[in-house]
Design a protein around this ligand. Structure first.
Ligand code: ADP
Ligand code: MG
Length: 254
């Protein structure tokens, strides 16, 4: 399902946080939202997931104005992972099953739920950890459980707020690689907030750059230039190609 935001503006207590944000993302695309702390990334993701309402502008989901879609229906289409999610103490299987039941507990068909959890655990390469307690997992494994939870209701849109935060280098790469794989395999429209420019350059199809609540630029990889990085992050850098991948190398500032 495509996402198209049209002139989204949002304010907390009259303080403008997002100003006239417009961009579009197609199915089968991994998009990243990037920008300095406080630039409005999490707010934008919450608006798309309809946790908060913009003061003006709207969003089209698969071409339909999202205000005409019921919240329940939107929740069925969108898998959302907030920046801070509470840990649950249970097995991996139970944690993912909870994600399935959260939406529609009274009508949940038990057998279907169990099958669905099995399917997703295999897809995310977590089936071997199915009976492990979540508090015994590594950061990277736990993050994959959280992604599995967001995926278990078969959403068409995936919204993830800093899924690679606090992960070591190898797990950052694995999570981004997994997100690219499932986005393409399931034809999802995936939007990820991340600070990791190099993983984004390696795996993402589309970039949305925010600065002080405004959209600085949106588009494919080639919008990421050293000028653009300096304007958005106030950081001098060069972009070099290493082992076939573009890599951002910050330059020491005196
Ligand atoms: P980012 O995710 O890019 O770091 P956020 O979207 O979380 O930024 O926040 C953008 C701005 O909105 C920040 O200045 C932040 O302090 C402010 N903000 C976020 N949540 C609230 C809130 N609940 N009430 C008031 N201001 C908020
Ligand atoms: Mg944030």
């Amino acid at each position: 399902m495509s996402i198209k935001t049209q002139n989204i503006s949002f304010a907390y207590h009259k303080k403008a946080i997002l100003k006239e944000i417009s961009f579009a993302l197609q199915p089968g695309t991994l998009g990243v939202i990037m920008g300095p702390n406080g630039s409005g990334k999490s707010t934008l993701l919450k608006i798309i997931n309809r946790l908060i309402e913009p003061q003006s502008g709207t969003i089209f989901i698969a071409g339909n104005d999202y205000r005409k879609i019921t919240r329940r229906e939107l929740a069925r289409h969108c898998g959302y992972m907030p920046q801070k999610s509470a840990a649950v103490h249970c097995t991996v299987f139970e944690a993912v099953l909870l994600g399935h039941q959260a939406l529609n507990p009274e009508r949940c068909e038990a057998e279907k739920g169990l099958q669905q959890v099995d399917k997703i655990l295999k897809l995310i390469h977590l089936n071997h950890l199915s009976d492990r307690f979540t508090n015994t997992l590594s950061g990277g494994e736990l993050q994959r459980v959280v992604i599995a939870r967001a995926l278990v209701r078969e959403p068409k849109i995936l919204l993830l707020d800093e899924p690679t935060n606090h992960l070591d280098l190898i797990n950052q790469l694995e999570v981004m690689s997994l997100l690219k794989e499932i986005t393409h395999k399931l034809n999802l429209t995936t939007l990820v907030v991340t600070h990791d420019l190099n993983s984004a350059l390696r795996f993402a199809d589309s970039f949305i750059l925010l600065k002080d609540g405004t959209l600085h630029a949106a588009g494919p990889k080639n919008i990421i230039t050293s000028e653009c990085i300096e304007e958005v992050f106030n950081l001098k850098s060069v972009i070099a190609e290493i082992a076939g991948f573009p890599v951002v190398v910050p330059i020491q500032q005196d």
